[in-house]
Every structure is written in structure tokens, then in C-alpha cells.
Design a protein around this ligand. Structure first.
Ligand code: SAM
Length: 330
């Protein structure tokens, strides 16, 4: 059986599929607020065929993302079809979703019933007014909170919350998120801001780093570090009284490229081997021109071999990615 390994010996088993680059939020650190979708969307059967071939090559985990994936009608059936795929050892691939949560409340249980295992909801503030300023959409907070609660109800466990902190904008939310994790029984994960935004406003000074988050949170309550898997991107911590967990994903201050296990398919069917790739690999074009599954698998294997060794955030001569986060699939 073919296996996906790159030239640096990393085993690739984690696939992200962006099913649209449209989004109903305009988060200040992600989008300009005026630019809309830039790339096409494919019929679900095309993503499904790609996923089937990739699972045959060793992918064990599939995360649906975007843009905002819940804007796509038919996502429940797509999840059901993904859940029917089988990995080399005969098991169902793990299926996860990253969403802004705005449309989640109604669909959390149907997604669970279709085979979704876990959900990550993005929230960058836990107060409604600040939330609206970040997302540039009025009255979203209550809908997202309902989505988080519906996901817990549907046992899409553990429900994770992604939070990007920007200095001078929402870094005062750290402790509030600690309280939120404890009260709502969700795992909050702070993600360091990366230079992947449409507006190109990133500077190293805006990034609120792992060390700062940890220092602030430990002033609130004593913490204990939780042992984590080598391939896990988040450093994990629990509050010492056993109630509540949070993690920090620190690609800027503590890069983890050496054990990256991910590749991505964009909404228009291009393969990307790194968030910071400066080129795409056109898997969909090959499909459209009638390539067999074997040919597509050979193409994927060759592309993955050349996965970038690491990103170069903050280094002189840094070349921005050819797609920003919303267009590559976060
Ligand atoms: N719309 C969905 C959502 O809101 O989760 C999925 C797509 S969104 C691009 C995926 C994740 O990327 C979100 O958690 C978002 O906060 C994060 N993100 C966007 N731009 C980022 C950046 N420049 N640095 C770090 N994370 C970013």
C-alpha cells in the first residue's frame, strides 16, 4: 500500500478540506470586510473522491473548514459519505469541523448523527459587544453560544473553541476565556496570530505569545501542564482544581513544523502542503481531465514528498503565502 510521507520523514495523516471560501463573518484579523469569495466551489462528489483516494493513502483524520463550511447546503450528507470511508485498518476516519458557529445550533445533532466526531468553534471574545466588533456582524454572539451548547448536547466532544488574540484588541479576554472553559466545559485553544490575513496588518508586536497567555492565566488560577502527543499542535494545560482545560497553539513563538502531519484541499480542489505555501497543486484539473484513481494517487504522493520543511514567519525575506487563511482553509 502507498503511504504519504514527505522528504523530511514526516508521515501525513491529517487532511483539511475547505468546502467554500465564502464566509458570513468578516473577522478583522482575517478578512478585509470588502473582499468576498475568490475561488470556486466543487460539487461534494469531487471532494469525496479526493478524500477516498487520500484515505487509501493513509489519511486517518479529515477536518472540514472554509471560509465558513456551514454555508454549504448538503454538508450533512457529505459528512455521512465521508463516514462511510474506511482507513487501511478498516476504521472510520475521524471527522471534525471548524466553524464560526453562527449556523451551528440547528445542525449540530444532524451532523453528529451523520458521523461527525468533533467540532471546533472560533470565538475571539466572550462578550457580545466585543464579539461584534471583531466579527463585524451584529448580534452573532448569542447564536454562536447556542451553537457551542448544542454541540455539547450532541456530544461532539470535546468541543473546542479557537481564539486568536491581538494585542490592544482582545488580549484582555484571556481570563474571561479561562472562566468560559470552566463554566461551559469546553476546551479553549488560543492560537497565535499568523501573517495570513487579507489586510496584511501582521507585525510581530501584535502577536500575543504563549508565554504571555500562560503568565496571565496563571495569575487567575494555578495551572498544570498536560502531557501531549508529539504530533499535537497545542500545548495543553488544566486548572489545578481539575475544572477546565485550555491549550495554546504557538506557530510563531514555538513552531511545530518538524512534526506537521497536515495537507489541505482548497475549495477549488488544489492541494496545498503548508499554510505558507507559495503555490497550489491542481488535483482537480487532473480529475477533470479524466485521470484514474491510480494517477491521482501518484500525483498526490509526489506533491506530498515536496512538502515545505517549515514556515519562515518573522524572518528577513519572508514571502507571504499565495493564499490567505480564508482562501486556503484554516
Ligand atoms: N469560518 C470557520 C471558522 O471561523 O472557524 C473556518 C475557517 S477560519 C479561517 C479557521 C480558523 O482560522 C479560525 O479559528 C480563525 O480564527 C483562524 N484564523 C484566521 N486567520 C488567522 C490568522 N491570521 N492567524 C491565526 N489564525 C487565524
Amino acid at each position: 500500500m502507498l503511504n504519504l510521507t514527505d522528504n523530511f520523514g514526516r508521515s501525513i495523516h491529517d487532511l483539511r478540506i475547505s468546502i467554500t471560501d465564502r464566509c458570513n463573518y468578516k473577522c478583522v484579523y482575517c478578512r478585509t470586510g470588502t473582499n468576498g469569495a475568490a475561488y470556486a466551489e466543487l460539487p461534494f462528489e469531487d471532494y469525496l473522491r479526493m478524500a477516498r483516494i487520500l484515505v487509501g493513502l493513509g489519511i486517518t483524520k479529515i477536518r472540514l473548514t472554509g471560509g465558513e463550511p456551514l454555508l454549504r447546503k448538503g454538508i450533512v450528507d457529505f459528512v455521512r459519505n465521508l463516514a462511510n470511508l474506511r482507513t487501511a485498518d478498516g476504521s472510520k476516519p475521524e471527522i471534525a469541523l471548524t466553524t464560526n458557529g453562527h449556523l451551528l445550533a440547528e445542525i449540530a445533532q444532524p451532523l453528529k448523527d451523520a458521523g461527525l466526531d468533533r467540532v471546533t468553534v472560533s470565538m475571539d471574545a466572550v462578550d457580545p459587544e466585543r464579539f461584534a466588533r471583531i466579527t463585524r456582524v451584529p448580534n452573532g454572539y448569542e447564536s454562536v453560544l447556542a451553537g457551542v451548547r448544542a454541540s455539547r448536547q450532541a456530544r461532539l466532544d470535546p468541543v473546542k473553541i479557537n481564539c486568536v488574540l491581538l494585542r490592544g484588541f482582545n488580549e484582555d479576554q484571556i481570563v474571561n476565556f479561562g472562566k468560559f472553559a470552566r463554566e461551559e466545559r469546553v476546551v479553549v485553544r488560543f492560537i497565535e496570530f499568523m501573517p495570513l490575513e487579507e489586510d496584511r496588518v501582521w507585525t510581530p508586536e501584535i502577536v500575543v505569545t504563549l508565554d504571555e497567555i500562560l503568565a496571565r492565566m496563571s495569575e487567575y488560577l494555578p495551572l498544570e501542564e498536560i502531557a501531549h502527543e508529539r504530533s499535537e499542535t497545542a500545548r495543553r494545560y488544566r486548572f489545578s482544581d481539575g475544572v477546565g482545560e485550555f491549550g495554546i497553539i504557538a506557530p510563531v513563538s514555538h513552531p511545530f513544523c518538524g512534526h506537521c502531519s497536515r495537507i489541505r484541499i482548497t475549495s477549488d480542489g488544489k492541494l496545498r502542503t503548508c499554510l505558507f505555501s507559495v503555490w497550489d497543486h491542481d488535483l482537480h484539473d487532473l480529475m477533470r481531465r479524466g485521470a484514474t484513481d491510480e494517477k491521482l494517487a501518484e500525483f498526490i504522493v509526489k506533491v506530498v514528498e515536496k512538502k515545505e520543511e517549515r514556515h519562515h514567519i518573522g524572518e528577513p525575506g519572508f514571502v507571504p503565502a499565495s493564499r490567505t487563511m480564508v482562501h486556503s482553509g484554516g
